[in-house]
Design a protein around this ligand. Structure first.
Ligand SMILES: Cc1cc2nc3c(=O)[nH]c(=O)nc-3n(C[C@H](O)[C@H](O)[C@H](O)COP(=O)(O)OP(=O)(O)OC[C@H]3O[C@@H](n4cnc5c(N)ncnc54)[C@H](O)[C@@H]3O)c2cc1C
Length: 492
C-alpha cells in the first residue's frame, strides 16, 4: 500500500478536476489529482457536444450562468497557452415552427439578462444566407457569435500535462473508496493506497454524492442523463459551418448539428434519465431519434453519413443547479456538484471560483515564482506543410511511418503520446491524444499496429494491451496456441 501526504487532493480528473489541478499548481502547494479510471479525461468530459457555450440560455442570476458567461472569454488565452484546438465558429439557433418563433424574444431577453449582448435576431433569409442547408421553412433565428468548438479530451489532457509539469502528481486507477476526517486532516483510501491531505476537492462528476456520502453528507443524489451522438464522416456532403441549434426546451438544449474541431460533424444528443451510472451504450431508438430531430433543422443530413456513435452521461443533481459548497463542520472539504450540461465550458471559471473558496478556508495562497504557463501539443504530421514533413522525417524517421491511414497519424506521434505525463496507456488513450482510429475505418487498419507500439513502448505483452483498461484486453493468445487449446478441449 502506497502512502502519500499532500496539501490538496483533487478527486476526479475530468474537465473540472484538471482545471482545478492546473489552477492549484500556480501556488506553492503539494497537489495530488486522482481518478478511478486508467487515464485522465473524465467521464462526461470526454463524451459531450464539445461546445464552449456563451451562457446565452443559462438560467439568469444563477451560479451556473455567472460561471459559464465568465468562462467563455478565458478560452482564447488558455487554448493558445496550452496549444488546444479551439474555434469560434458561432451558432445559429433555428426556429422552424410558429411556436418556436414565438420563443425567440424570451431567449434574447434571457441572453441580455446573462449579459450575452452579442446575441442577434435573424430573419429567415439571414439564417439561410449564413447556412443555406437549413430547412427552407425556417421562420427566424438567432446568431450567437461566440459559441465555439473545442477538442474536449485534449482540453483535459493539456491541463493535466501542464499541471504535471508544474508539480501536480497524477494517480490513475485510483478509485477513492473511503474518505474520513482525522483531526486537522482527511484520509482518503483506494485499493492502491492512502492519501493524507489537509484539503479535499470533490470533482467526481457522477459520483460526487458517493464521495460526499463518505463524510456523512447525504442531502443530494446524482443520476445520469444519457446523451447519444452520431459522428459524421468528414467527406459527408454537408456544408454546415456553424453550430446549428434548435429552440431549447426546459429539459434539454435539444438535438443539434455541429462541426467538430477536426472536420467531422456531430449530431445529438438525446436526453434520457437513467439509474445505471455506467450505461454508456447507444440504442437504435436513440440514434434514430437524433436523425429525425436534426433533419428538421437540416434536411440534407442522412444517417448514412455517420461513421460511429457514442454516448455520454450528464451528472444530474437532485436538488438541481450548480453547488460549490464548503461545510462548517468539515473545514478543508470542497464539493463541486451539479455541474451537469455546461461543465466543459464552465470548468475554467469553476476552478478560479473554487480556489477562492479553498483560500477562504485557510489554504495557503503563495504564488509559485516559476509557474510554467505554456504547453506544446504533439506535432501533428498531417497538418504540416511538405517542407516541415521532410524535416520531421529526417530528424525522426518514425514520422515516416504512417500507422493510421484515415487520419494520417505517424508512429512518432503515437510514441510521444505514450511517453508524455500523463501518457497514453491503451488504444483509447492513443486515439484521443492523436486521433489514430478515429477516421472512417474506425481502427480497422491500424487496430493491430497500435497495440504493437503500445506493447513495445510500455514493455508489456500484446495480450496485456487493452482498449480502455483492465477487462478490455484485445488479444487472448496466439492463433496457434488457441488451436492447440481447442484440440485439447475437443479431445476431453
Ligand atoms: C451528452 C452531453 C453533452 C454535453 N455537452 C456539453 C457541451 O457542449 N458543452 C459543455 O460545456 N458541457 C457539456 N456537457 C457537460 C459536461 O460534459 C460536464 O458538465 C463536464 O464534463 C463535467 O466535468 P466533470 O469533471 O465534473 O465530470 P467528469 O468528466 O465526469 O469527471 C469526473 C471524474 O471523477 C472520477 N471519479 C468518480 N468517482 C471517483 C472516485 N471514487 N475516485 C476517483 N475518481 C473518481 C471519474 O472517473 C471521472 O473521471 C455535456 C455532457 C453530456 C453528457
Amino acid at each position: 500500500m502506497d502512502k502519500y501526504k499532500t496539501d490538496v487532493l483533487v478527486i476526479g480528473a475530468g474537465a473540472v478536476g484538471t482545471a482545478m489541478a492546473r489552477e492549484l499548481s500556480k501556488l506553492s502547494l503539494k497537489v495530488i489529482l486522482v481518478d478511478r479510471l486508467n487515464d485522465v479525461g473524465g467521464d462526461a468530459s470526454k463524451s459531450n457536444s464539445a461546445i464552449i457555450h456563451t451562457g446565452f440560455d443559462a438560467p439568469p442570476q444563477s451560479l451556473e450562468s455567472s460561471l459559464v458567461v465568465h468562462a467563455n472569454p478565458m478560452y482564447d488565452q488558455l487554448c493558445s497557452d496550452l496549444d488546444v484546438p479551439f474555434a469560434r465558429t458561432g451558432a445559429v439557433l433555428v426556429a422552424i415552427t410558429k411556436e418556436e418563433q414565438a420563443e425567440l424574444p424570451a431567449i434574447i431577453a434571457k441572453a441580455r439578462a446573462n449579459h450575452v449582448y452579442d446575441t442577434e435576431y435573424l430573419t429567415a433569409s439571414q439564417v439561410l444566407d449564413l447556412e443555406p442547408e437549413v430547412n427552407p421553412e425556417v421562420r427566424a433565428g438567432l446568431y450567437v457569435p461566440r459559441e465555439s468548438i473545442i477538442d474536449p479530451f485534449l482540453l483535459v489532457v493539456a491541463q493535466a500535462e501542464n499541471a504535471a509539469a508544474n508539480g501536480v502528481e497524477i494517480l490513475t486507477d485510483w478509485q477513492i473508496v473511503s474518505l474520513n476526517q482525522d483531526k486537522t486532516a482527511f484520509v482518503a483510501e483506494s485499493a492502491a493506497g492512502q492519501i493524507e491531505t489537509r484539503f479535499v476537492v470533490n470533482a467526481a462528476g457522477l459520483f460526487t454524492d458517493v464521495i460526499s456520502g463518505f463524510l456523512g453528507i447525504k442531502d443530494f443524489q446524482v443520476y445520469p442523463r444519457r446523451g447519444q451522438f452520431h459522428i459524421l464522416d468528414k467527406a459527408a456532403p454537408l456544408g454546415v459551418k456553424h453550430i446549428i441549434l434548435p429552440v431549447p426546451t426546459k429539459i434539454t438544449k435539444g438535438k443539434l448539428l455541429t462541426p467538430t474541431i477536426h472536420g467531422n460533424w456531430l449530431m445529438g444528443p438525446t436526453a434520457e434519465d437513467l439509474d445505471d451510472r455506467f450505461a454508456h451504450q447507444t440504442t437504435s431508438e436513440g440514434l434514430q431519434e437524433i436523425v429525425n430531430g436534426v433533419r428538421k433543422l437540416v434536411p440534407s443530413v442522412k444517417a448514412e453519413f455517420a461513421i460511429t456513435q457514442y454516448a455520454g452521461l450528464r451528472p444530474v443533481r437532485n436538488p438541481g443547479g450548480y453547488h460549490i459548497r464548503t461545510f462548517e463542520h468539515l473545514p478543508g472539504y470542497l464539493e463541486l456538484s451539479g455541474i451537469r450540461s455546461t461543465g466543459l465550458t464552465s470548468s475554467l471559471a469553476v476552478a478560479r471560483y473554487a480556489c477562492g473558496k479553498l483560500i477562504e478556508m485557510g489554504m495557503p495562497n503563495k504564488r509559485k515564482e516559476k509557474f510554467i504557463s505554456k504547453r506544446k501539443a504533439i506535432t501533428c504530421f498531417s497538418k504540416a506543410d511538405a517542407e516541415t514533413k521532410q524535416k520531421l522525417i529526417k530528424d525522426n524517421p518514425m514520422y515516416g511511418r504512417v500507422i493510421c491511414r484515415c487520419e494520417t497519424v505517424t508512429e512518432a506521434e503515437m510514441i510521444e503520446a505514450i511517453r508524455r505525463t500523463p501518457g497514453a496507456k491503451d488504444l483509447d488513450g492513443i486515439k484521443r491524444r492523436v486521433r489514430a482510429g478515429l477516421g472512417r475505418c474506425q481502427g480497422g487498419f491500424c487496430g493491430m499496429r497500435v497495440p504493437r507500439i503500445l506493447s513495445d513502448q510500455l514493455g508489456i505483452s500484446m495480450e496485456e494491451v487493452t482498449k480502455k483498461g483492465p477487462g478490455s484486453e484485445i488479444l487472448i493468445g496466439t492463433t496457434k496456441s488457441l488451436r492447440i487449446n481447442r484440440n485439447e478441449t475437443d479431445s476431453l
